[in-house]
Write a protein that binds this ligand. Structure first.
Ligand SMILES: [Cu+2]
Length: 519
């Protein structure tokens, strides 16, 4: 949608006491899917979003596929129970009295987790909360729809559509669903140690596979079965979830491997919630069960002219060829040299700088300047983008137009984005990239082993089209305190003849009457 005016304009600042109404005009050809919104006040984004200023934005669609156009996946999964899971990481703290108007030290328990005393009001009021390792230390939970450790109820064999949104900024979430031991007791108030013990002793079943069907709101070319989906801040996945047995399940954020996550190996596994599954239809094999369920729905709901193709697709590994919103971007569509981008944190001085550059050279990175347009992109064209992080990993996010992933190569040049590929350059297997080749997204982890291994960068190649909308907007790291600190760029989509804004015309001398030539 439009990034300008009162559209999805993140360059506006609505100050306290000022009222402003945004208008989101969703065009008729916008993909249906799971999107979200959050505040974007540069300099305060992390404080505001970490305080909860975010929500789900569900775009529904009823367009059936036809011989000439793709349809909405909604028409195929219609009638399934839907669960929206907004995951947030609200790392509020209570403080000792401060001095000179500055916030005091954070109150902590003996084990180092954050403490609030009766009558205290927890706040997210300063960037010391965002220091490396603080999320793990805090002991705070990832909340689901604002609830700590919620319990969901469902029935064995019911296929559900889960719309999952990582609306937090503090840690990577690696989601698994694991059968809980019968009669396991969860304490009312778990300390972090007790929680780990509970997971170790009671969440002992094998992780069940679930099927991802959309990434960042966009229906994928085929469902991808996974036992652990990696959510970086800003990521969304839609999944079809079916519980094979009755009983209780643990919804766990397992520890993400090293360089694949915001906080490295810490914290350990955390409980996010539980699911109570009533007896229903037994599911001997999830893949077969799901295929049969979707084929039955296609049989009922799809137009006869496309039905055979859709059923054949579903039977050939749950392919959704008729439901993807964007055609692939072929190399022939790319005319210009690639856009290059590097994320970097410059720790060489006490004044740490968070930077983005327009080349793959560390030396060219710069902190955000609100008065600088870092890139001009031409409306109606497509570009390839080549991206690296030169100091730890960062989730790249760009507004307005999504991108299609071409390849993700590890520091040795091995492509780790194909389905089933093994990414173990860090010494541990990181499942987050396998299967992303060809997938459309708007947020993507740019992994890096640097500075631990100097120069060991992953290279991410994507392609994108600049469609319909001109205007100025941003790209940035979706660890929002990094964004606030400068890891952001202004980009402008312009008409082919260049910058047509008044600002560009300002320097030009207006034509005087005398200069006008009479024919
Ligand atoms: Cu970052």
């Amino acid at each position: 949608m439009s990034p300008s005016g009162n559209g999805d304009n993140v360059l506006l600042s609505i100050n306290p006491g000022v009222s402003f109404q945004y208008e989101y005009n969703i065009p008729g050809d916008h993909p249906s899917g799971t999107f979200w919104y959050h505040t974007h006040r540069h300099g305060s984004t992390a404080l505001q979003v970490s305080s909860g200023m975010a929500g789900a934005l569900i775009v529904r669609g009823n367009r059936l596929p036809s011989t000439t156009a793709h349809g909405d996946i909604d028409t195929l999964v219609k009638g399934m129970t839907e669960r929206v899971l907004v995951m947030q990481q609200i790392q509020y703290a209570c403080r000792e009295p401060g001095k000179d108007g500055k916030p005091g030290p954070i109150k902590v328990n003996k084990d180092g987790t954050y403490r609030c005393d009766p009558g205290d009001v927890g706040k997210i009021d300063d960037y010391d909360l965002f220091a490396p390792g603080q999320w793990g230390k805090s002991g705070r939970y990832t909340t689901l729809n604002g609830v700590v450790l919620p319990t969901f109820h469902t029935k064995q064999g019911d296929v559900e559509r889960w719309r999952m949104i990582h609306a937090g900024v503090r840690d990577t979430i690696s989601m698994t669903l694991v059968k809980m031991k019968p009669n396991a007791q969860i304490g009312a108030k778990l300390t972090e140690a007790a929680e780990e013990k509970f997971i170790r002793q009671s969440c002992t079943g094998e992780a069940i596979p679930y099927n991802l069907i959309a990434a960042d709101g966009l229906t994928m070319g085929a469902a991808q079965a996974t036992r652990v989906a990696t959510f970086q801040p800003g990521y969304r996945f839609d999944a079809l979830v079916v519980f094979p047995e009755a009983g209780r399940y643990c919804l766990i954020d397992t520890s993400s491997p090293g360089a694949g996550s915001v906080n490295g190996d810490t914290p350990g596994p955390r409980l996010m919630g539980t699911v109570t599954v009533d007896p229903g239809t037994p599911v001997p094999d999830i893949a077969t069960y799901l295929t049969n369920a979707l084929v039955a729905r296609a049989d009922q709901a799809m137009p006869p002219v496309v039905k055979p193709a859709i059923v054949a697709d579903l039977k050939a590994g749950l392919k959704f060829t008729q439901f993807t919103p964007h055609p692939d971007i072929e190399p022939s569509e790319i005319k210009a040299p690639p856009q290059e981008l590097t994320f970097f944190i410059d720790t060489s001085t006490d004044d740490t700088k968070f930077e983005v550059g327009n080349t793959l050279k560390t030396a060219d990175t710069k902190p955000y300047d609100p008065n600088r347009i870092d890139r001009q992109l031409i409306l109606g064209t497509a570009d390839e983008w080549i991206m690296q992080s030169h100091y730890v990993g960062h989730p790249f996010h760009i507004h307005v137009n999504p991108f299609q992933i071409v390849s993700i190569t590890d520091p040795s040049g091995k492509d780790v984005s194909a389905p089933g590929s093994i990414d173990d350059a860090d010494g541990k297997v990181d499942p987050q990239y396998a299967g992303l080749k060809g997938v459309w997204k708007d947020t993507l982890w740019i992994k890096s082993l640097a500075p631990k291994v100097p120069g060991a960068y992953y290279t991410v190649k994507v392609r994108t089209r600049y469609q319909r909308y001109i205007g100025e907007f941003v790209l940035h790291c979706h660890i929002l305190d990094h964004e606030d600190n400068g890891m952001m760029q202004n980009v402008a989509v312009v008409l082919a003849q260049g910058d047509t804004s008044l600002r560009a015309a300002e320097g030009a001398k207006p034509m005087a009457m005398d200069d006008m030539k009479h024919p």
